[in-house]
Design a protein around this ligand. Structure first.
Ligand SMILES: [Zn+2]
Length: 213
């Protein structure tokens, strides 16, 4: 069954009325949702469906299944209220986009090193590269460029590249257009101020950690 992913149309929505479309013990599906399920390195939202906490949100193809924290009385056809933990989601959105920009800056300016990992949590994001040497040598450049992008408050477009296959992209004019199914902020100023940290995660492997200040 299909679920309308309102977190793409409006990533700032914190509450949504929806209808239950499937129930299997503690698992439920809904006709539309604002609760993001882990994909593309971005962690799932925390939230509730009619007061039941979502313990796990899982994306399978175009469907999303929510595991609720306990047995419930929800039935197919019931109208429910979905709420998300907005403080957490907004940090995820800001860190996600900060990671998008850092990745783009590294790719554009440092010879497209291979990205070997990425993860967006609410307290920090990380990007891993196949990289010889110490990647923190790029940080003064990256921080300067990032500050420029943030203070220019550039608009970020997010839309479907292919609606049927639910492939999304984000775009900043004259900077980049990138396929990504995450939830994205609208303007670069929302990122605010950042801190970059280096972590050497193995021979020839360097990690950039991104933290919000
Ligand atoms: Zn993204």
């Amino acid at each position: 069954m299909y679920v309308a992913k309102i977190f793409w149309d409006n990533p700032y929505l914190t509450e949504l009325n929806a209808q239950i479309t499937g129930v299997e013990n503690q698992l439920v599906t809904v006709d539309k949702t604002i609760a993001f399920a882990f994909s593309g390195g971005q962690e799932s939202d925390y939230g509730t469906i009619n007061g039941y906490s979502i313990v796990k949100a899982e994306k399978q193809d175009q469907q999303i299944t929510y595991l609720l924290d306990r047995l419930h009385d929800l039935q197919i056809g019931d109208n429910v209220l979905i709420k998300i933990d907005w403080a957490r989601r907004y940090k995820l959105m800001r860190l996600h986009f900060a990671a998008e920009i850092i990745l783009e800056l590294v790719t554009q300016n440092f010879g497209s090193p291979e990205k070997i990992g990425a993860h967006i949590a609410a307290d920090k994001a990380r990007l891993d590269f196949a990289w010889q040497g110490n990647i923190s040598q790029t940080f003064s450049f990256l921080e300067q460029e990032m500050q420029q992008i943030v203070s220019s408050n550039l608009p970020i477009k997010s839309a479907f590249a292919d609606q049927e296959k639910e492939i999304r992209y984000w775009e900043i004019d004259n900077f980049a257009k990138v396929l990504c199914g995450g939830t994205h902020i609208k303007e670069t100023s929302e990122i605010g101020s950042l801190q970059l940290k280096r972590n050497n995660i193995g021979k020839g492997k360097e990690r950039i950690e991104i933290l919000l200040r």
